[in-house]
Design a protein around this ligand. Structure first.
Ligand code: NAD
Length: 479
């Protein structure tokens, strides 16, 4: 047989492909790669395999993932706090448990049908393919686990670009989820990531032709970046949730609920109460009751000292956070103190308290940076207002148009409705701690990617799908 040029180039191409495949395999370890390009390529190949599985088989993988999250929740929570220095192990455990138990799977995928004389038309929820997901340092493993369940349930594979400061716990989640999937009979690489995430790798992901959907969970910089990519993007951005208390509220319960919500994981969740706006007739009573629930009130002098520590003028210490449309302030939040215990923060200004103190409260006006900034630490400023009208105006102003989350304690339906309409947030919690809004002690499913800027709301498998119309015409009936 004669060998011609075509045959030679075919052989070379085949050999090159084999070498490429082998070199990717050599670098593979439970979905984690050295190069972002390899992580994307592997997820792309894996998605083709996922598409060959039935929805029932897919659901079996989801069940295995839920079990793996529960089995690893304690150690993952511990690792997360160790590496980031933020939050509380007990609360991070509860958040992971919540993800395992209340993140929707394939059951939320629905098909719309139109039937009539001309036949049958179906509108199905189809996968995007490979999703690029950028995750935060504040809920690192929670976001990886929650997004993985929703994205895979919808038939996608996912490539994660985790926050470099939370890489160990994020990759731990990638590994235990992949292991569970493979043991349940699923393909390798449904979830991939890179060993050392960087802005450069995130840019590779954003611009890669095989990434069909971008999902960013974080501060304004990354949300803006994905929305400028020219691709379909879901942005879950910053919040600064105000909590309004009016004179009709059950003040004892309001005080307890506010402290519980504000101190959950040391105020890291984007939904947590960040400032309270209380009408003057119940202001003192509310503060007294907060003190009975683990709050320590600081004076003006102490607040000044604390502000010098937890706020910074230095750009390099700045934590990303707070609002696309926020006004320009002199100070930013010093990320060194984000997610720290109230006790530790108080120690910095020479106040020693017991473990029963979980929150620092401070009376101030609405201009104070503790109100204006998304602190993400258990410092709760409390603003006094004359009446509900002023409360609503102040709350809308300090939320900075994020339309993220707000809370209210009131028994007056008109007041509740007026505030809900005025602030128009993705989550509005009435008479409960903020975390009820993500299904913790409240009805409804959970998510750790709350898409306010792009409007998808609390994301789930259905969010990560494309609409696909399938039309069958009954030609016999057409006249
Ligand atoms: P962050 O914005 O610093 O980081 C988020 C992710 O974006 C990380 O992976 C980071 O590496 C990446 N990133 C940031 N800037 C980037 C850039 N210029 N280029 C490429 N990548 C970039 O946020 P964080 O401190 O990890 O998390 C806290 C913030 O996230 C808060 O503002 C909080 O409100 C918000 N958040 C929102 C939600 C939500 O569901 N809406 C959930 C969690 C956190």
């Amino acid at each position: 047989m004669e060998i011609n040029d075509n045959m030679i180039s075919e052989i070379i191409e085949r050999v090159l492909k084999e070498v490429q495949k082998k070199s990717i395999n050599d670098r593979y370890q439970n979905g984690i790669y050295d190069r972002m390009e390899d992580a994307i390529e592997a997820a792309y190949e894996a998605q083709k395999k996922l598409m060959k599985m039935s929805i029932e088989q897919r659901e079996r993988l989801i069940s295995a993932m839920r079990k793996a999250i529960l089995d690893n929740a304690k150690s993952c929570a511990k690792l997360s706090v160790e590496e980031t220095g933020m939050g509380r192990v007990d609360h991070k455990y509860l958040k992971l448990k919540l993800v395992a138990e209340k993140t929707p799977g394939t059951e939320v995928l629905t098909t719309k049908a139109y039937s009539g004389d001309k036949g049958l038309t179906l509108v199905e929820m189809a996968p995007f393919g490979v999703i690029g997901s950028i995750t935060p340092s504040t809920n690192p493993a929670e976001t990886v686990c929650c997004n993985s369940i929703g994205m895979i349930a919808a038939g996608n594979t996912v490539v994660f670009s985790p926050h470099p400061g939370a890489i160990k716990s994020s990759l731990m989640a990638v590994e235990f989820l992949n292991k569970a999937i493979i043991e349940a009979g699923g393909p390798e690489n449904l979830i991939t990531s890179v060993r050392k995430p960087s802005i450069e790798f995130t840019d590779v992901m954003i611009n890669h032709p095989k990434i069909n959907l971008l999902v960013a969970t974080g501060g304004p910089a990354i949300v803006k970046k994905v929305l400028s990519s020219g691709k379909k993007a879901i942005g879950a951005g910053a919040g600064n949730p105000p909590c309004v208390v009016d004179e009709t509220a059950d003040i004892k319960k309001a005080a307890r609920d506010i402290i519980l919500g504000c101190t959950f994981d040391n105020n890291l969740p984007c939904i947590a109460e960040k400032e309270v706006i209380a009408v003057e007739s119940i202001y003192e009573e509310l503060i007294e009751n907060m003190k009975k629930n683990g709050a320590y009130e600081i004076t003006d002098d102490e607040a000044e000292k604390l502000a010098d520590i937890v706020l910074t003028k230095k750009e390099e210490l700045k934590a990303e956070g707070c609002s696309i449309n926020r006004p320009k302030f002199e100070y930013s939040v010093n990320k060194k103190w984000v997610g720290k215990d109230a006790k530790v923060l108080l120690e910095q200004i020479g106040i020693n308290v017991g473990d029963d103190i979980v929150c620092i409260i401070y009376r101030c006006d609405k201009q104070h940076p503790f109100v204006q900034e998304e602190l993400m630490m258990p410092i709760l400023p409390i603003v006094k207002v004359k009446n509900i009208d002023e409360a609503i105006n102040v709350a809308v102003e300090v939320e900075h148009g994020n339309h993220h989350t707000a809370e209210m304690h009131s028994k007056n339906i008109d007041n509740l409705t007026r505030f809900a309409k005025a602030i128009n947030t993705t989550i509005f919690v009435k008479n409960a701690p903020s975390y009820a809004g993500i299904g913790f002690g409240g009805e409804g499913y959970t998510t750790f990617t709350i898409a306010g800027p792009t409007g998808e709301g609390l994301t789930c498998a259905a969010t990560f799908t494309r609409q696909r119309r399938c039309v069958m015409v009954d030609s016999f009936r057409i006249v």
